[in-house]
Design a protein around this ligand. Structure first.
Ligand code: HEC
Ligand code: HEC
Length: 349
């Protein structure tokens, strides 16, 4: 009996030891299986590590009071003429700060020309909107309020509305003590921009892998990451922690919108590179909402793009196999984070 029992233990430990060995072999062989050297893989991974500390501008430093005021303003529909649309109507936290629709729906329920972008992870960008016409989050916020098709307010009227709501006075006093708590368009833009700079996505399975947790993502997703950096060369534009070079490119979508071309002749049909964090959650895709799934996006880059003079020279037929396409989609799926639930503010009266 005793002998038999010992045998079982020995057999078990043998099995255990061999599994451990295979496991160790697999993880050292992991880089080679993916068709890339270990050092090169580590370098690729570290180029997406982050995020850098939020660069608050000198003339609009962070304060909790300012971010809290900004949150109220972001959720306040009284900043629209109809009294029904706030920033959060379109930049809805439930839809990862977008609206889940192919194109935005503005004043009087009219469909806008482009898809609503996410207001998450924008703190590091220099230019805003699909065509980069906004040069700061501060000015961008007041533009959204004033655009006839969006919230259809004038800034004079917005200042009048806020000055007429008693509960806003102490909030502006706390947020802008150096300016006597003035309720004007400048402080309104500053408060909303400060709130927007706090909207940062949380750690993803991909980030855990970058930090060294081999089990955080699947081998298929790891292959997708290598393809993203090498054969598919997505990294040529989707680089850094946010997966965006914050620049403008024509990726060959069929849309006739000239985008950045309105401001720079050589950039016809070019649009701002979108960041890719939480991307699975943010369908449909592109400035025109024309691609419904990540599989469609990969198909577009593989061979579905429109050739024209302005097409970026980084967009070329990729000749991906079905397995490689699946791996790219699997990788993109590792960029989602479980963000903290957003509590709605009780708006000042
Ligand atoms: C009716 C829907 C709607 C409302 C309301 C709205 N937006 Fe937007 N927002 C959009 C759309 C659509 C775009 C993309 C437009 C474009 O680029 O031409 C956009 C773009 C943006 C961007 C640019 C993001 C980037 O990637 O560069 C920011 C920032 C932004 N909105 C903030 C706000 C703020 C702040 C408010 C409230 C003051 C607001 N929006 C109200 C629909 C809306
Ligand atoms: C030449 C630069 C460039 C390359 C290379 C590139 N992208 Fe993009 N990507 C962009 C731009 C610009 C946009 C926004 C385009 C638009 O809407 O007009 C975009 C949009 C996207 C979107 C949609 C984002 C959203 O919020 O709608 C996804 C997903 C995406 N790219 C993934 C990839 C993948 C995967 C690859 C590699 C196969 C890749 N990209 C290669 C520049 C590039």
């Amino acid at each position: 009996m005793f002998y038999q029992h010992g045998g079982k233990v020995r057999k078990l430990s043998l099995i255990l030891m061999s599994t451990l060995c295979v496991g160790a072999l697999m993880s050292t062989a992991s880089a080679e299986n993916l068709g890339v050297g270990k050092k090169e893989l580590e370098k690729m991974k570290s180029s997406f590590a982050g995020p850098e500390p939020v660069p608050y501008p000198k003339d609009n430093p962070y304060s909790e009071a300012k971010a809290e005021l900004g949150k109220s303003l972001f959720f306040d529909p009284r900043l629209s003429t109809s009294g029904t649309q706030s920033c959060a109507t379109c930049h809805n936290p439930s839809f990862y700060w977008q609206d889940g629709m192919p194109k935005g729906v503005g004043h009087e329920h009219k469909t806008l020309a482009r898809r609503t972008t996410s207001t998450q992870n924008l703190a590091w960008d220099a230019l805003f909107f699909w065509d980069g016409r906004g040069d700061s989050l501060e000015s961008q916020a007041t533009e959204a309020i004033a655009l006839p098709k969006v919230m259809n307010m004038t800034m004079e009227k917005a200042e009048e509305v806020l000055n007429g709501i008693k509960g806003y006075a102490p909030l502006f006093k706390n947020a802008f003590p150096e300016d006597d708590g003035k309720i004007n368009r400048i402080n309104l833009g500053k408060a909303i921009a400060t709130y927007e700079r706090t909207l940062i996505s949380k750690e993803t399975p991909f980030d855990k892998w970058v930090k060294g947790d081999e089990a955080a993502i699947s081998e298929t997703a790891k292959l997708g990451f290598v393809l993203f950096n090498k054969k598919a060369n997505c990294v040529a534009c989707h680089s850094g922690w946010t997966f965006s070079d914050s620049s403008f490119h024509d990726i060959g979508l069929a849309s006739t919108d000239i985008g950045r071309g309105k401001f720079e002749k050589t950039l016809q049909h070019a649009f701002k590179t979108t960041g890719l964090r939480n991307i699975v959650e943010r369908a449909p895709y592109m400035h025109d909402g024309s691609l419904k799934s990540l599989a469609e996006v990969v198909e577009h880059y593989n061979s579905g793009f429109t050739k024209r003079e302005s097409l970026s020279d980084k967009i070329k037929p990729l000749k991906l196999t079905d397995k490689e396409k699946g791996a790219l989609v699997a990788f993109l799926g590792t960029l989602s984070s479980k963000d903290d639930p957003v509590t709605l503010p009780i708006l000042p009266r």
